[in-house]
Design a protein around this ligand. Structure first.
Ligand code: GLA
Length: 390
């Protein structure tokens, strides 16, 4: 991970595109870590993510033609395409995220012109920290500023989600783009994914620190398993609706969770519904505990969230479970869970500040022994949402 300065990014930009008399405009969009509330967003439930200081940098400059020129410093990749001839990259390349956002602007009949873009990101790839939402949102915010298209942050969040669903082909919910757009320093976002009402809640961790641990497991099958879970939830809605008409699982409040026992015959589908309904309850409770500064209680709910994602929703796997259950045996750890879609990616743990070195050393070594993989550790700061690079 690195934090690129604006000067370094501009210098690279000039090396690529020349014309040093005309400065690019610089933007930054964070990634996100979800503290609790997993696989609830597409069930119109509650989530509690925050934006983090790892993200996507973008230098961008208008030209006087109709061409999009695009480079990234992360891979050896460049592309030139006409604004009127944007095509999806069928190899599923990351470039579909910015291109999808261009398409969203054009579909809304917003006027764009030619641009030169240089991206650079420090979110580890496919780690469940929303590098895709970060790329989408930095593109949206930059185009909105450069071409004065007058979009609100919520417009851009929805367009970025739509770009990911319809252009990049990943059927995600709204949590990631929302967190990346609406993040604020040292605050987490308590979002109702049905009404899109949200509250920014101060994250005061006193002697504790959030530690993100990357399994570095290659995420395979994530998209197909993710879609499978979405259909299972739809099936649960259909089953429940035979007696109680609902459109989304999150309409069932935690105190009515018992109704699924009678209404859902299939045991797997019942467990999926159990996760979603109980997870919504945990988010509400966790936010309340955080406001009361009860970090132990908050950590306990993080643990319960992971257990439910493992047993009921089955989206964890050996690597995530090893990190989480070993973490919980270590001194100074009061909560540990997977974050993001699962099947690989990262965990998030609440660790006492004096025990972080021990945590990294012990967990790294046992994880290596058990899985053969090397974990990476990050200490994120909770950061503001997408905007100009300050
Ligand atoms: C991915 C998706 C989100 C959300 C999480 C699981 O990150 O992009 O919309 O569904 O998985 O909570």
């Amino acid at each position: 991970m690195y934090n690129m300065t604006g000067g370094q990014l501009s210098e690279k930009f000039f090396e690529l595109y020349g014309n040093r008399n005309n400065n690019p405009v610089l933007f930054f969009s964070p990634g996100r870590v979800n503290l609790i509330g997993e696989h609830t967003d597409y069930n119109r439930g509650f989530v509690f993510p925050c934006a983090i200081n790892f993200g996507t940098y973008l230098a961008i400059r208008k030209t006087d033609d109709e061409i999009i020129k695009l480079h990234t410093l992360n891979f050896n990749f460049s592309l030139e395409t006409s604004l009127t001839d944007i095509k999806r990259d069928e190899d599923g390349e990351w470039v579909n995220y910015p291109l999808g956002v261009f398409m969203e602007f054009l579909n809304k009949k917003l006027t764009l012109g030619g641009v030169e873009l240089l991206f650079s990101g420090d979110i580890p790839n496919a780690a469940g920290l929303s590098s895709s939402a970060s790329i989408e949102m930095v593109t949206a915010v930059a185009l909105n500023e450069l071409f004065q298209t007058g979009l609100s942050m919520l417009d851009m969040v929805m367009m970025s989600q739509s770009a990911e669903n319809n252009f990049a082909g990943m059927n995600c919910g709204i949590m990631d783009q929302f967190a990346v757009g609406f993040g604020e320093k040292m605050k987490a976002i308590f979002l109702n994914c049905d009404t899109l009402e949200y509250e920014l809640v101060p994250v005061e961790l006193n002697d504790y620190q959030l530690v993100i641990t990357n399994t570095n497991k290659r995420r395979e099958l994530t998209d197909s398993k993710y879609n499978e879970r979405r259909s299972e939830c739809e099936r649960a809605v259909t089953d429940i609706s035979s007696e109680v008409r609902i459109n989304h699982l999150s309409e069932i409040n935690i105190d009515r969770i018992g109704i699924i026992d009678n209404l859902i015959d299939n045991e797997t589908i019942r467990r999926r519904a159990h996760h979603v309904i109980s997870e919504n309850g945990r988010v509400v409770q966790a936010v309340d505990l955080l406001k009361k500064n009860d970090l132990i209680g908050f950590g306990h709910l993080m643990n319960e969230s992971h257990d439910s994602l493992k047993d009921d929703y089955e989206v964890t796997g050996f690597e995530l479970d090893t990190l989480v259950y070993e973490a919980r045996t270590l001194d100074g750890v009061i909560g540990s869970r997977m974050t993001g879609a699962g099947f690989g990616g990262c965990t998030v743990s609440l660790v006492h500040k004096t025990k972080i070195n021990n945590f990294i050393e012990k967990l790294g070594s046992i994880y290596k022994k058990k899985t053969g993989l090397t974990a990476d550790f990050y200490l994120p700061a909770i950061s503001p949402g997408a905007g100009y690079l300050l």
